[in-house]
Design a protein around this ligand. Structure first.
Ligand code: SAM
Ligand code: DTB
Ligand code: SF4
Length: 333
């Protein structure tokens, strides 16, 4: 069992120094940390479903679901529970261990929380872990979701506090931190990360990672999203980052939050198999499996299965080495 002392006191210059390491020194460091905490040949698989799409009143500049931008997204109200269960059953058959449901809301109403609570119970009955991302939560909503048996709540910090105002004006960084606090208070695991490639600087990426790792507890799951550029969103014209810079960001997330699952999240469709393999080598050990994220595309299941098979990677049930590892080989199914 690793005897890691998790750190919550990272300073920005230390994070910048990691970014400035020679690429292979950084990868070696990240792989070493990864191997000390996880099976380096196993990746946790989550499946994502948009249960309510579009029409969101927030103005996140990257998001195709905001009402502020004309993106032609196919909007729909909350899906019926039977449709959700059918998709969850298929996700399980494809090897997913967690089912994540996203709704384009600023903050769910009491009625919406009751509806989502029923969905959580139904998906748990399928035998999957549950994660939802519904926007801002107050204490009461977090409590209701916890009672329904929710495993994870996804709510991202997205970027640094300094760059944040360039991306979102309808809610503050502090609003996000408050939601994370409410989720923690009700013992729901936290899934919290960000997006890169939105025109932010390396300092902003470093500051995002510093904010995440200096939270009172590290998020159990840290999604690192590469911006998916969607026509009609203001971020369409943002200056992106190279795959190497993305891989560095993943590696540093692994080093700073050694016991957390780091998810190679949005953006895989535009990445080569080799770039994805380097992300996994750098310590990414979770992906979204299934051909769609919320509204944009993700690699086909067959393509992912072939890639994981080529790399000798097994699907992992969400269990770090600190407790007995149970990995499931897809071919056992
Ligand atoms: N409305 C909820 C919220 O913002 O908390 C939940 C859904 S929202 C789509 C979840 C996360 O998806 C965002 O915080 C952002 O990090 C990520 N995301 C949204 N659009 C994206 C895009 N075009 N590219 C990459 N990541 C994106
Ligand atoms: C997260 O950090 N990434 C996922 C999930 N949490 C909900 C969402 C990615 C969305 C990509 C754009 C889209 O498909 O609409
Ligand atoms: Fe709404 Fe979430 Fe999209 Fe922001 S990221 S516009 S809150 S759905």
């Amino acid at each position: 069992m690793p005897t890691t002392n998790l750190r919550y006191d990272w300073l920005l210059p230390e994070v910048i120094a990691l970014f400035e390491l020679p690429f292979f020194d950084l990868l070696y460091k990240a792989q070493s940390v990864h191997r000390a905490h996880f099976d380096a040949n196993a990746v946790q698989l989550s499946t994502l479903l948009s249960i309510k799409t579009g029409g969101c009143p927030e103005d996140c500049k990257y998001c195709p679901q905001s009402v502020h931008y004309d993106t032609g997204v196919n909007t729909h109200p909350l899906l019926p529970i039977k449709d959700i269960v059918a998709i969850a059953v298929e996700a399980k058959a494809n090897g997913a261990s967690r089912f994540c449901m996203g709704a384009a809301w600023r903050s769910p109403t009491k009625k919406q929380i009751t509806q989502v609570a029923e969905m959580i119970s139904a998906v748990r009955d399928v035998g999957l872990e549950t994660c939802v991302t519904l926007g801002m939560l107050d204490e009461n909503s977090a409590s209701k979701l916890s009672q329904a048996g929710l495993d994870y709540y996804n709510h991202n910090l997205d970027t640094s506090p300094e760059f944040y105002g360039e991306i979102i004006s309808t809610r503050t960084y502090q609003d996000r931190l408050n939601t994370l606090k409410h989720v923690r208070n009700h013992h729901i695991k936290v899934c919290c990360g960000g997006i890169v490639g939105m025109g932010e600087s390396r300092n902003d990426r470093a500051e995002l990672l510093k904010q995440l790792s200096n939270l009172p507890e590290h998020p159990e799951s840290v999604p690192i999203n590469m911006l998916v550029k969607v026509e009609g969103t203001p971020s369409m014209t943002a200056e992106g980052i190279s795959n190497f810079e993305f891989i560095r960001t993943v590696a540093i997330a692994r080093i700073m939050m050694p016991a957390s699952f780091v998810r190679l999240s949005a953006g895989r469709s535009a990445m080569s198999a080799e770039a994805q393999a380097l992300c996994i080598m750098a310590g990414a050990n979770s992906v979204f499996m299934g051909e769609k994220l919320l509204t944009t595309s993700n690699p086909e299941v067959d393509v992912d299965t072939a890639l994981f098979s080529e790399l000798g990677i097994k699907p992992l049930l969400d269990t770090p080495l600190t407790t007995p590892v149970i990995s499931k080989i897809a071919s056992d199914k």
